[in-house]
Each structure stands twice: as C-alpha cells, then as structure tokens.
Write a protein that binds this ligand. Structure first.
Ligand code: SAM
Length: 511
C-alpha cells in the first residue's frame, strides 16, 4: 500500500526552510481515497483520538498498526505522523489558530486533530503539498463530515502558503524567554520553567550556560529516541544481539543500540534474555547492584527488593544481577495489571532462579507498607518512584500535554512515603536507590532531602562513583554529587535521577 508520502521523513526538528517537498507528486492515489481518506492517515487519526481520550501514544500506536495490518514504510509513516503531530502540537496549534483566525479552543477537537495531522505533513514531513492537503481533506470528509472538511481545506491551504520559518516568525513571541522557548520547542511553559530550575539545581548549568543547556534539552525532547536494548547479564544474549545488527553501547556494560529493525524479531528479546530498555534505566539498576554493602548488610543473607517494579524493566536487569550475585529478589507492584506485566517480564528469570536454588518472586502490594511489614529485611532496595516522567518526554509524545503541575502535589507525599518505607525495610549497611525518570527538583533532590532531614539512620552515598560506562570509567556530566542526574541532551538517555541512600543503625534523636 502507498499513502502518497515518503515514509520515515520528518524526524526531530522539521525543515525550517522553504516548504518541504513542495511540488512533488503523490506516488499513488487509489480511486476511492478521495471519499474515505487513506488507511495510514485514518489510522493516525484514530490513534490521536484515542490519545485524546486518555490512551498512551506508543501502546495505542502499536495496537492500531497491528489492527490495520500496516508494516514497513506505511507503519513508519503512521508512526512519524502520530509522534511528530503529538510532540509538535503546541507549535501547530499556534499556527492553526493564526491560519484559522480563531483560537484552537473554538475548533471542534476531532477536527483540530485532523488539522494537526495536516500541519505536520506540511511543515514537519516531506509530504508533497497536494497530497498533504488533498489526503487530509479526504480524511476530514470521512471522519469529521463535509462541513468540517471545508474548514480543513481552507486552513491547510493557508498553512501551506508559508514556510515553517515564516510561521515561527509569526507565532513565536520574542519574550518572555520561557514563553519564547515554550512556543519554539513545543513544550508547556511550566515544563520549560521546571527544566530550567532542574538544570540549575542539579548542577548541569550556571547563569552563563543555562540558556544553551535548556535549548539543547528541549531540542533533545523533540528528537525520536534511538532504540536501546539491554542484554540481561548472565543469560547469553550478546551474540544474538550482534547478529541482529545491534551494536554495543559504550554508556553501560549491558546496553546495546539497535539502529534499525524490529526488536521483537530478535529471539533473545522474545524470550526475555534481552529487552528494549533505555540505557539510563540500566545504569540505575547497575549502580544499585554494584554499591558496596557494609556492616550487618554485608554479612546478611542477600535479599533484594524492587518496590515499584511495574512493568518490570529494571526488575528484569536487577533480577539477572541478583542471580549472578547469589541473591534472592522480590519485585513488588501495587497495580494488578502491572503485576501481570512484571510476571511476564521475569518469567525466564523465575525459571533460572529455581535451577540455581534462588528465588525471584513477584508480589502485589502497596510499597508503603513494606517497612512496617518487613523491617530491616532487604540488603538492596530500588524505589523507582511513580513520577511525572518529565525526563522521558521524547519517548512519550503525549506526556508533556497531559501532565499538570498539580500532579506534583499528589506524587510528592507518595514518593516520600515510598522512600521512607524502603529505608525501614533495609538492613543497616544496606542501600536504597531512589530513582525517577524526571529531573524535577520537587520529585528528586527535595524528596531525598526531606526524608533524610526527618531520619537519623540514613546517609546519601556518592551515586556518581557507581555510574560507570562499559569500560568501567565514571560517566561525566551528572552533577556535583552526591546525587546524580542523567540528561537526554548530554547522555542520550532518559533524564533519570539517582540517589543512593545507605541505611545506618538507628541513632536515638537524644544522643
Ligand atoms: N521500575 C519500573 C520499570 O523499570 O519498568 C518502572 C516503575 S514506574 C516509574 C512506578 C511504578 O510504581 C508504577 O508501576 C506504579 O504502578 C507503581 N506504584 C505506584 N504507587 C505504588 C505503591 N504505593 N506501591 C508500589 N508500587 C507503586
């Protein structure tokens, strides 16, 4: 099937010069396309509507591609159409509002989604102009109605009259700076401000460098991420990954990059010896596995705990490392659906553990209760806390538009309670890794500092010493310590935060 497009174009920052692909002809126009819209664009539209109703882009996209039986170039086209339209939504809404001469709030949401798809084809992808407009109007006729298709036609024709750069000149304010960056890089303004504070607060920038660092971070959020794989240690996946075209990634000893191809087609990925996993997440799990234990924890039976394990990415790596270290591990998760995902992820490791006389156990429960139920039981505990995910915006195209500052007020107390419970459940001399895929200060530094202020039995260990690359060298650019922050624009990973907190013997507050 062909959709009048060039698949795989338009990744990252759209071409700012003259209208991309202007004048090129559609490769093929099936006779009935004018009435129904082509399957690729209909599929993309369906995904956008599902996401507007609360679905996650990536999950919905892969299900929709399967349902529509789209693969190869067509699947790549739909993927770029959905991901790009969603990432650049803020930018396109400003352009659509100008072209339609009305605020986007006064456009029916389904029609607005159709317009956004058209705007991305015109300004962010190398789709020929007549195909971008004609096929999107046909889609509008099919899914939004004849009346709406006339509006779509008029607005897209106006959009097509200017280059992206001209539209940016017309729609991006020159000040204030946060508003300018928000419009230019298509982020909500509150996120721009939070990322600015995070870069400064984690020591990644100072007054002289903040503007360049922030722009680089916002740009990285809009780039399609490279596929990282993990070869879970001790399970013999390396040669299969190499044979599938994956390349060793220098950043972490378990990490690989897959430049092209379907990871699900690799047998080691299908049977759980390897998996798709961001290298930053791998580094967090490897750091916890490597930190030296002291005192009672060094002498204790080795029991590890992943307190918030769903869907099981880090648990998979930790469990493999635990078996190598002769430890048992419990993977706990509160959401029943996610418990099932953890069980599926850990399946092969549960079987290997039994052969080794060890246990890999999946458990459903509220992590906040583990401290009271199992005080001082574990030697290494991971708290990969529920968070806003502001460090993983490039992987979750809709997240920036869905998150609200108010989410921090709900997450903050939960994050503190989980870290507290994890410390209670840790043997003195053992270590808790507190991690988030967000650099927001309110869910990183402030959480750890607050919890440690209230306790006399915990201290922060220098996480930077445990963040080492494939060659065993310390990874730079993670801040001044002792806590560490990875960055998409610096490390090519998600923006993972890591604090390693050692449990000490309780010291009475009167002493
Ligand atoms: N470590 C996971 C991985 O690498 O796949 C990701 C963990 S995700 C950031 C946070 C998880 O915490 C979610 O699965 C969420 O359901 C879970 N969660 C939220 N509240 C919890 C609680 N009170 N106890 C345990 N888990 C909780």
């Amino acid at each position: 099937m062909s959709t009048g497009h060039r698949a795989g174009s338009g990744r990252g920052e759209p071409n700012r010069g003259s209208r991309p692909g202007r004048g090129r002809r559609s490769a093929q126009r099936p006779r009935d396309r004018g009435r129904t819209g082509d399957p690729a664009r209909r599929t993309a539209y369906g995904v956008l509507r599902a996401v507007a109703g609360g679905a996650y882009t990536n999950l919905e996209l892969s299900q929709a591609l399967r349902r529509a039986r789209l693969s190869g170039r067509d699947a790549a086209f739909v993927t770029e159409l959905v991901s790009g339209t969603t990432r650049w939504r803020g930018r396109y809404d400003a352009i659509i509002a100008a072209a339609a001469d009305r605020p986007v709030e006064r456009i029916d949401p389904p029609v607005l989604d159709t317009l956004r798809l058209g705007a991305h084809q015109l300004l962010g992808m190398r789709v020929p102009e007549h195909a971008a407009v004609g096929e999107t109007v046909a889609l509008a006729r099919a899914v939004n109605g004849i009346g709406a298709s006339k509006l779509v036609n008029a607005v897209l024709r106006r959009v097509s009259e200017r280059s992206l750069q001209d539209w940016l000149d017309a729609t991006v304010p020159t000040e204030p700076e946060a508003a300018r960056l928000a419009a230019l890089h298509s982020h909500p303004e509150w996120i721009v401000k939070a990322l600015r504070a995070a870069l400064l607060g984690h020591g990644a920038a100072d007054a002289d460098t903040i503007d360049a660092e922030l722009s680089a971070l916002l740009e990285a959020d809009n780039a399609a991420p490279v596929v990282h794989l993990v070869a879970r240690p001790g399970l013999g996946a390396d040669e299969e990954l190499r044979a599938a075209g994956a390349q060793e990634y220098a950043l972490a000893r378990t990490a690989w990059i897959l430049p092209s191809g379907d990871p699900g087609a690799i047998p080691a990925v299908r049977d759980g010896r390897a998996a798709v996993q961001d290298a930053g997440s791998q580094l967090v799990a490897l750091a916890l596995a490597a930190v030296p234990l002291l005192g009672p924890a060094a002498a204790a039976e080795q029991r590890w705990l992943d307190l918030c394990a769903g869907p099981g990415g880090k648990a998979g790596l930790l469990a493999a490392a635990a078996l190598q270290a002769g430890a048992d591990i419990v993977a706990n998760e509160v959401s029943p659906h996610r418990v099932d995902l953890v069980t599926a992820t850990l399946g092969p490791l549960i079987a290997s553990a039994a052969d080794l006389g060890r246990t890999v156990e999946v458990r459903e429960g509220d992590g906040r209760e583990v401290g009271a139920n199992e005080p001082g039981r574990y030697t290494r505990v991971l708290v990969d806390a529920p968070c806003t995910g502001l460090g993983a915006l490039r992987r979750r195209p809709e997240a920036r538009w869905r998150r609200r500052p108010a989410d921090l007020a709900t997450l903050g107390p939960l994050q503190r309670d989980l870290l507290d419970a994890a410390l209670d459940a840790t043997v003195p001399g053992g270590v808790v890794a507190y991690a988030t895929c967000s650099p927001h200060l309110a869910e990183t530094l402030f959480v750890v500092e607050d919890v440690l202020k209230r306790r006399t039995d915990a201290e922060v260990v220098d996480a930077r010493e445990m963040l080492v690359d494939r060659a065993g060298e310390r990874i730079g650019g993670v801040g001044d310590g002792p806590m560490a922050q990875l960055w998409p624009h610096r490390h090519g990973t998600d923006g993972m935060f890591l604090a390693l907190v050692r449990r000490q013997d309780r010291v009475s507050s009167s002493s």
